[in-house]
Every structure is written in C-alpha cells, then in structure tokens.
Write a protein that binds this ligand. Structure first.
Ligand code: GRF
Length: 209
C-alpha cells in the first residue's frame, strides 16, 4: 500500500469522533495516519485520550492572540510543523480566518450533526426538532471558507421520533457520526490519491440498521 496520508485532528471538547478516527487509523490498510491532535482549549477531554494513544497534542488558545488571523497563523505553523496533509475537524468550535481556510480548502473535512445543507451552525439537532422534520442525520463535508457549506462527502440518516428531545436525538445521530467519519476520511483520501474506477462510485448515504 502507498504511504499513508498524514492527518491532524482538530477538537475543542469531548473528542468522541476523534477517537473513532484514531481507532480506524490503527488498521494496517487504513489510508490515514493521525499525526497530531490540536485543541484550542486546554480542557478538551479528547486530549487525554490522544495522549494515551501516544499521539502528539498541541493546545493554542485564541485568548492569547489579538486577532483571528494571528491565531490561525499559529495554528497553521503547528500543523505545518507536524507535516499535516489533511485536517479532520471533530467538534472544533472555532471559525477559521479566511486566509487559513483558503490555504487548506480541499484538504479539510468536518462532521456536522445534521443533513446539510439543512440546519447549519449551532444546535442543529434542536433546529431539526423545531422544524418538525422526520429524518435527521449527520454529514461529513469538506470545509470551505463559508461555514458548514462545503461539499458533502458522506451522509447518514436517522429517524426523528415523536418522543425525541435534543439529547436523545443527538445521541442517535452521534452513533452514525461514529460510523461515517472513518469511512468518509478513507473515501476522501482514496479519491484524492487514486482516481481508479474502484473508488469512483462509492456508497455515500448510510441508513442505520
Ligand atoms: C459532534 O456532534 C460533531 O458532529 C459536532 O460536534 C460534536 C462533537 O462531538 N461538530 P465529539 O467531540 O466528537 O464527541
């Protein structure tokens, strides 16, 4: 197999999606190597797991910078120092400066707990409940300068039950997030690195069993 793509994961909190990527990348035939986990918050719970897996971590807080641009320059320097080729956002709660986003466009994925383009931004599960939709889900998409607007890579749908609240719906969606993110990252890398017919037409919607 060809060299693995070097992926940095960006988190701000719990890091359960980060865990699924780290676990997936342990498989010999998985095309990504997780080379670092970055957090903008020192108290992000996910950092501890990454360290326990012997993955290098870095924390830089925006509070130490006087502009979004200067913070993103420091972030970029860290990612370059790691040799990151792709960035996987996993609950990363900062909007990038335009210059940073433009530089990395085409090399960034994010996971969002809605069927984009519906319910962008904060609290998408509550937005879905407020809208009364009967199907919700998760989307792995490319990150572009416009928030939650990059092309979808893989989506998974879940039913919305009459009895749902934001917590129960979030939990159902999170389960499928954990299924699709490792798969989406794999497909994304395979499409970038070999344009053969085998990867040209892949499943891109998942419905839970
Ligand atoms: C997930 O629901 C993800 O879709 C959203 O933020 C949450 C992060 O959860 N962007 P975790 O930190 O991966 O557990």
């Amino acid at each position: 197999m060809s060299a693995k793509t070097k992926v940095a994961i960006l988190i701000s909190g719990r890091g359960s999606n980060m865990r699924t990527l780290i676990q997936a990348a342990k498989q010999e035939d998985y095309p990504a190597e997780i080379i670092g986990v970055f957090s903008n918050r020192a108290d992000a719970a996910g950092l501890e797991f990454a360290q326990s897996e012997n993955i290098q971590t870095a924390v830089i807080s925006q509070k130490d910078f006087d502009s979004r641009e200067s913070f993103c320059e420091a972030l970029d320097a860290q990612l370059e120092a790691w040799g990151a080729e792709l960035l996987a956002h996993a609950g990363y709660m900062r909007i990038h400066a335009d210059g940073f986003a433009q530089k990395w466009t085409g090399k960034m994925l994010n996971i969002h707990p809605s069927l984009l383009p519906s319910f962008k931004g904060l609290h998408p599960q509550q937005q879905a409940l407020d809208a009364g939709v009967k199907i919700a889900g998760a989307t792995v998409h490319e990150v572009t300068p416009e928030l939650d607007a990059g092309p979808p890579v893989l989506q998974a749908a879940v039913p919305v039950l009459d009895s749902d609240n934001a917590e129960s719906l979030s939990a159902r969606i999170l389960k499928v997030e954990h299924q699709i993110y490792p798969l989406a990252l794999k497909q994304f890398i395979e499409k970038r690195t070999n344009n053969d017919a085998e990867t040209a037409d892949q499943t891109n919607l998942i419905w839970p069993n």
